[in-house]
Design a protein around this ligand. Structure first.
Ligand SMILES: Nc1ncnc2c1ncn2[C@@H]1O[C@H](COP(=O)(O)OP(=O)(O)OP(=O)(O)O)[C@@H](O)[C@H]1O
Length: 260
């Protein structure tokens, strides 16, 4: 069953078009990663899905509804996004910040209720934040903060979680921790995930499907084993690479050797 249907999307900034003919269906429970060189249009696509950027041409449907006919609030009830950079008041507590994720589900006159508290508890549990929930945001490390923003996105109770380079600026253990959390959410709750990743090995390990963008166009769409070939890495990244396969889970492991 598809949750998001993207047809012939054309996107850009003012007169400049940066993404053309982007078409794909996202199935319920899939983890889809969008990869591609710098400036290929990956973040632009995520921004358009949550209406942070106007669509030039094409359609995005969530279920039967076109996002063009949905309010930002309605879109936020279905899709939540974890951005690369997030800012918040520094003296706010983790728990209070996570409440912001509930706002798309509230009317302006409604205040926090018992249901919100339960969903905040659920988001805290799933983002491993129990011990940190009463701390102030400015007392947390970068990796801990990223988990808080993940919890804000979860508190939105989205059908689809969008992650824009979620591991940037995190050290290797926080990177793994975050992607393992995403995998757990996907496995335990059947949450659909669309993420932009730079690290090809992370994309290979954590994705069901990979979409490869080059200069705003799809040049590959398939499973990690289908996508990661020497030819594709040469064509898209101008890199000569060796490819091995994990002994246990058989996903590709990419070792870049040299720039061509
Ligand atoms: N706000 C903006 N105004 C004008 N042009 C923009 C804006 N944001 C992005 N662009 C341009 O759109 C193109 C695609 O950018 P985008 O950020 O989507 O690429 P990306 O694949 O996510 O890149 P990266 O991997 O470097 O994050 C680039 O040429 C970029 O310069």
């Amino acid at each position: 069953m598809e949750v998001v249907k993207i047809s012939n999307l054309q996107l850009g900034y003012e007169k400049k078009t940066v993404v053309r003919n982007f078409t794909t269906n996202i199935e319920k429970g899939e983890i889809v990663s969008i990869i591609g060189p710098n400036g290929s249009g990956k973040s632009t696509i995520l921004k358009s899905l949550v209406k942070l950027l106007k669509i030039q041409e094409g359609m995005v449907h969530i279920g039967k509804n076109s996002i063009t006919n949905m309010s930002n609030k309605e879109v936020s009830q279905n899709l939540s996004i974890l951005l690369q950079h997030n800012t918040s008041p520094s003296d706010i507590s983790v728990r209070d910040l996570i409440y912001y994720g509930r706002l798309p589900h509230k009317k302006w006159y409604q205040s926090k209720d018992i249901d919100d508290e339960q969903i905040i508890d659920w988001a805290i549990e799933n983002a491993n934040l129990k011990e940190l929930q009463y701390k102030k945001i400015n007392c947390l490390s970068g990796g801990e903060r990223q988990r808080v923003w993940l919890a804000v996105a979860l508190a939105q109770e989205p059908k689809v979680l969008l992650l824009d380079e979620p591991t940037t600026y995190l050290d290797i253990s926080y990177q793994l921790e975050l992607l393992e959390l995403v995998k757990k959410l996907n496995q335990n709750l059947n949450m659909t995930v669309i993420m932009v990743l730079h690290d090809l090995n992370q994309a290979a390990k954590y994705s069901d499907r990979i979409i490869v963008l080059k200069k705003g166009q799809i040049v590959g769409n398939g499973s990690p084993r289908e996508i990661f070939t020497k030819e594709l890495l040469r064509e898209v990244y101008n890199v000569e690479a060796k490819i091995y396969y994990d002994d246990l889970d058989h996903y590709p492991v990419i070792i870049p050797k040299k720039v061509i």
